[in-house]
Design a protein around this ligand. Structure first.
Ligand code: ZN
Length: 514
């Protein structure tokens, strides 16, 4: 888009659009500073810095919110909306549409509600951690009740379609346009097919070799391996870093400064490798955003679900493929040492694809993962909709785990208290994980159809074709299209469960001889 010129001071802006862009970019300078403080807190900050850091971040967050909700922002948006010449350019019109969306969301919540939510969730997070340690849901329940009450008010402030439900208003924050009905229409047919596949796998007599999943490799070697793989698949270390943290994440300030983290388990190389591939996928998306649109909606990721599709594709479609392992195995032996030479590429491919139903979402394999998400979706939809009391969550949680995954949840710590999300007031968030898996499979099928031999190329370390395809078809657009429009545009079809099922069945049936 030719009109985007970063760093135009607002007093010198020649056009309404340039003035709006300058206002957006200054806000992004503040919010990205906050992102850097986040990264620092998770990687380097001594614990003594915690209290001051919380104040720094609260101040920056308030400044960002005030600027986004300001009359000045509203006036700048209205001026461009009235500017026929600016609005005749589709990219500019999309930029203004998204700026309007953010402004309107920021103005819909009364400051008192924002404050109440921030205070309650910060206390609730603390109580959740205590309740989880003690495996005592009753201790957390009053806090969750407060949060749910606030979320229902929040949903009413945002509003939702007449034929929709409150949950939609919350999900829209993470996945624009997402509704419970649309999610259910994909999840409902997907659920029995996943359950059927998992049941067949459980009953199978053939088991993939998994010896590599208990093979000691010291952390420094794993770190070297992680950096090698991230760089090989296309993460640019001139514009990014990879560090250690307790929970892996992708952060940073803008497309030219992307911060990844991963964690290492000496007894399981696939932990670090999987999370590095995952976070690199997020990072490749961030680095692929349009540098000329920095600080504007056209230089930002479109949604959590689409973001997750990028991480899942590199982690699963690429990193759990036979071709990938035939490329990596000989190179890996050079890094982690000759002791691993007793494992063949096939052994390593098998070890990366073991399916084992369990209680914990973050430890779940590709086949069972989406069932964990479905449990959470069903529960939060019922709680926000008012058909389920908070007190009823543990019983429903345990029943759904038995039904969907065939496991008996031993306690609430390994049950409904395992995730931090609800304690932070994030409901409507979980489905973006499964949407990510669905988008990833659908995008990847299209990429394979348009680039014959793509997967075979992975065996030769050729990953740049896929990266370029993602850059052009997905990353470059920023928020120009909604997630649903993007899927339709890139794949020629609406979101469907079929590509994910083809991906899982095509891989797991031969591995388990079913
Ligand atoms: Zn992710």
């Amino acid at each position: 888009m030719s009109t985007l010129t970063p760093s135009v001071p607002s007093t010198h802006a020649a056009t309404n659009l340039e003035a709006l862009i300058a206002h957006l970019q200054e806000t992004a300078l503040l919010s990205s500073s906050n992102n850097l403080l986040d990264w620092d807190q998770e990687t380097l900050m001594p614990s003594g810095g915690l209290e001051w850091r919380a104040r720094q971040q609260a101040l920056l967050a308030r400044m960002v919110h005030e600027r986004t909700a300001s009359l000045e922002r509203g006036d700048l948006i209205a001026a461009v909306e009235a500017d026929k010449q600016a609005m005749s350019d589709p990219a500019s019109a999309a930029l203004v549409r998204e700026a309007r969306r953010d402004h309107s969301k920021a103005t819909k919540l009364p400051a008192s509600l924002v404050e109440e939510m921030a205070k309650t969730s910060s206390l609730a997070k603390h109580e959740w951690a205590q309740a989880r340690a003690a495996s005592d849901f009753k201790r957390f329940a009053p806090w969750l009740e407060k949060l749910v009450a606030l979320l229902r008010v929040q949903a009413d402030c945002y509003g939702f379609a007449r034929d929709g439900e409150r949950w939609d208003a919350l999900a829209d924050l993470y996945e624009p346009g997402c509704t419970a009905r649309a999610v259910a229409s994909v999840f409902t047919p997907l659920r029995p097919r996943l359950q059927g596949l998992v049941a067949e796998i459980k009953a199978a007599t053939k088991r993939p070799a998994d010896g590599f999943n208990d093979f000691f490799v010291e952390v420094t070697r794993q770190e070297q391996l992680s950096k090698f793989v991230a760089e090989s698949i296309g993460f640019d270390f001139e514009r990014g870093r990879l560090d250690r943290s307790t929970h892996p994440f992708c952060g940073g300030t803008h497309c030219n400064d992307v911060r990844l983290t991963t964690r290492y388990n000496e007894r399981c190389v696939n932990d670090a490798l999987g999370s590095t591939m995952h976070e690199s996928g997020h990072g490749i998306y961030e680095q692929g955003l349009n540098a000329r649109a920095i600080g504007t909606p056209l230089g930002e990721a479109v949604s959590l679900g689409i973001h997750e599709s990028q991480s899942r594709m590199w982690e699963n479609q690429v990193g759990r493929s036979r071709a990938f392992w035939s490329w990596l195995t000989p190179r890996m032996l050079g890094i982690i040492g000759p002791d691993a030479s007793r494992f063949s590429a096939d052994d390593l491919y098998s070890a990366a694809n073991v399916v084992e139903p369990g209680f914990i979402r973050v430890d779940a394999d590709e086949a069972t993962y989406n069932l964990h998400v479905m449990v959470r979706f069903e529960i939060e939809r019922a709680v926000i909709g008012g058909s389920l009391e908070v007190a009823g969550i543990p019983a429903l949680w345990n029943r759904l785990y038995k039904e969907m995954l065939g496991v008996d949840v031993p306690d609430d710590r390994r049950g409904c208290l395992q995730d931090i999300h609800w304690s932070m007031g994030a409901m409507g968030y979980f489905p973006t994980y499964t949407l990510g898996n669905l988008y990833a499979s659908q995008f990847f099928e299209t990429a394979c159809a348009q680039m014959p031999g793509l997967v075979d190329g992975f065996a030769r370390g050729e990953f740049s074709g896929l990266k370029r395809w993602l850059n052009e078809n997905i990353h470059a657009h920023g928020r120009r299209y909604t997630p649903a429009e993007l899927v339709q545009r890139v794949t020629g079809a609406p979101l469907s469960a079929e590509p994910l099922m083809r991906h899982l069945e095509g891989k797991l049936r031969p591995l388990y001889g079913i």
